[in-house]
Design a protein around this ligand. Sequence first.
Ligand SMILES: [Zn+2]
Ligand SMILES: [Zn+2]
Length: 257
Amino acid sequence: MHIIDSHFHTQILKERALETEPSFSFLSGGIDAGCTEDDMEERRTLLASHPHIHLAGAMGPWCADKMQDMDRSRLRTLEDNLVKFKAAFLGEIGLDYYWNYGTPELQKSLFTEQMNMAKRMGLRVLIHCRQAGSDTARIIKKCALPRAGVIHCFEGSEELLETALEYGYWISYAGNLTYKSNQSLRDTLRRVPADRLLLETDSPYLAPVPLRGQPNIPQNVIHTYNCAAEVLGLSVEELSERIWNNYLDFTTPTLGH
Ligand SMILES: [Zn+2]
Ligand SMILES: [Zn+2]
C-alpha cells in the first residue's frame, strides 16, 4: 500500500522530544510545509536522506504578528530561498482568524503577495485557513492560479470548498476528521471529487483518534485513512490507491516547471 502525508512539519517535530520517532520511510511520499521565510535551509538538511519528501516554503499567517506593515525584504528573502533550496511548493500561506495574528488586513495582504509570487514562479500553493473561509475563498478567486494548490487541514467551510473545487484545488483532511464531534466535517468528504482528495497529519499537531492529545507523527496518518475509508465506503487499499494517484497528480511538475 502507498501511504502519503500531504502536510507535516519536520522542523517542529525535531524540536519536540518525541517518544516515538517520526518515520519518513513509512511514507511513499509527503510534503514538509514551511512556516517562515528562513526555515528552508534547516529543513532541507533534515530531509537530506528522504528524497521522496518534497520541500515547501512560505510565510504563514503567524508571520503577520510581528509586522507593522508589509515587510518586502522578508518577501524577497522568501523568494530567494524558494529558488536556492529548490522548494517544490509555496506554503503554507493563508488566513488564521482564530489566533488573530496581526490584523486581518495584514494577513490578507501577506497571503495575496504570496499568491502572486506563486503565480510568477509557477508553483502550487499549500493554503492554511482557520475560521476565515469567506476571505480565503475571495483571495483564491482574485488570484486565480493556473496550477492551483491544496486547502490543507480543511475545516469544513462550504463556501471555501465550493470555490476551491471550482478553481482546481485539492482538499486535504487532517486528524480532526476522526474527532467524534466533527460529523459535519466528515459529511463534506463525499462532496470532494475522487480525484481531488488528499490526507495529512499536520504533525506535530492534530493527532487523530485514538491518539488525540499526543504529539502527532506522520505514520499516524493511517488512522485518518481508516476513518476516511469508512466514511466513503471503501477499503483502505482502495482509498490508498486513490490518494496515491491524487498525490502523484499534485506533485508532478507540469511541462515548463
Ligand atoms: Zn496550517
Ligand atoms: Zn501546517
